[in-house]
Ligand binder design. Structure first.
Ligand SMILES: Cc1cc2nc3c(=O)[nH]c(=O)nc-3n(C[C@H](O)[C@H](O)[C@H](O)COP(=O)(O)OP(=O)(O)OC[C@H]3O[C@@H](n4cnc5c(N)ncnc54)[C@H](O)[C@@H]3O)c2cc1C
Length: 326
């Protein structure tokens, strides 16, 4: 018999599992944001576009490669060839040329193009934060931020960061104590857009021993609009000390650090925005690739089961899809 399945979260894990199981079930995805993508989102401050979450991804497994074949054919993913600098503070240690063979991939024209493509035939309900899930008479009912009910489901799949999954389940669920152990680190993304072109001898930089840890010229990725869009990520250390600091203060601090690092006044740029990511990387991963409670008919998948990377989100969702179909 066809099952009704609710997937909560339209990041890579949620859209992947929905696309893999929808042949066998009725699947509905719920997403709290106004668009799909999650941590692979693209912030659009027209005409400036910023991939302010995942910067690029690698393809190490055959399963992931096969899954992405169609996106490759349709040129939704392409390799990013760029010059990657390594800094220790202000000191430039080396610049490495990353080429096709290094297989650093990005979505085209934006990182979120991947998730949009994967979810194009799925039933996605946007702007809907699921705040409560209730199991009664063998079915799950879901309620959003306005207490609106979304009907009855045989299964619920959470494809959310660990802490956000925990907020939805009770300690009656078998894997509750396992999720409780997972802590995730956060960071800030500073986005700077300008009309002037920016000439550096590198396109992206990894920076050690600084409050800023990553710098990228977003428009050095393939298929981007010809505007100068910089994405600068804070270090985890800076973020952990400033999770409750006002965004205005964080923006000013990271902008000052970036100006010093680049030796360039960014303060007159057309667009300067900050985004806080509360959950970027898990401090440790569970032994399993997903959690499932067969009795309560609820499961969880996400990047944090593997390596907190894009491919990890796929592996977790792919493994869980096999179990659900079984
Ligand atoms: C700044 C940053 C840089 C990164 N850089 C890289 C990189 O270079 N390479 C790489 O491989 N990985 C990188 N990552 C990690 C990568 O983005 C993630 O591994 C991947 O996107 C996780 O996908 P996911 O589906 O597991 O989770 P998510 O993308 O977090 O998806 C969860 C979704 O659930 C939604 N949601 C949450 N709660 C609810 C609710 N109650 N109701 C409805 N919806 C809800 C969220 O809005 C989100 O869309 C980076 C991440 C960040 C934040």
């Amino acid at each position: 018999m066809i099952k009704n399945i609710a997937v909560i979260g339209a990041g890579l894990a949620g859209t992947t599992i929905a696309s893999l199981i929808k042949g066998n079930s009725n699947v509905r995805i719920f997403e709290k944001s106004k668009d799909v993508g999650g941590r692979m989102s693209t912030r659009k401050e027209t005409p400036f576009h910023f991939d302010h979450g995942a910067q690029f991804f690698k393809i190490n497994t055959i399963d992931f490669k096969n899954f992405l074949l169609d996106l490759c054919t349709h040129k939704i993913i392409k390799p990013w060839n760029f010059r990657l600098a390594h800094f220790e503070g202000q000191y430039l240690k080396k610049i490495k040329s990353i080429e096709d063979k290094d297989r650093f991939f990005v979505g085209v024209p934006n990182m979120d193009s991947i998730i949009k493509y994967l979810s194009k035939n799925s039933n996605v309900i946007l702007n809907t934060k699921i705040e409560r899930i209730v199991r009664k008479n063998g079915k799950w009912n879901l309620y959003d931020q306005n207490k609106k009910s979304y009907g009855l489901y045989d299964w619920v799949i959470l494809s959310l960061p660990a802490q956000q999954s925990l907020e939805l389940i009770s300690n009656k669920i078998s894997f509750y104590p396992l999720i409780e152990k997972i802590k995730m680190k956060g960071c800030f993304s500073l986005m700077v857009g300008m009309n002037k072109s920016f000439n550096l001898e590198y396109d992206a930089a990894l920076i050690e021993k600084e409050d800023i840890a990553w710098f990228a010229i977003n428009n050095s990725k393939p298929g981007r609009i010809n505007k100068n869009c910089l994405v600068i990520n804070s270090s985890y250390e800076y973020a952990s000390k400033n999770m409750n600091t006002s965004k205005e203060i964080v923006l000013k601090h990271l902008l000052r650090k970036s100006c010093k690092f680049l030796n360039y006044d960014l303060s007159k740029s057309n667009i300067i925005k900050i985004h806080q990511w509360k959950y970027v990387e898990a401090e440790c991963a569970p032994e399993e690739n997903f959690f499932i409670d067969h009795k309560e008919k609820i499961a969880v998948c996400g990047d944090w089961f593997i390596n907190s990377r894009v491919e990890g989100a796929f592996i977790s969702a792919n493994e869980l899809s096999k179990e659900i179909i079984k």
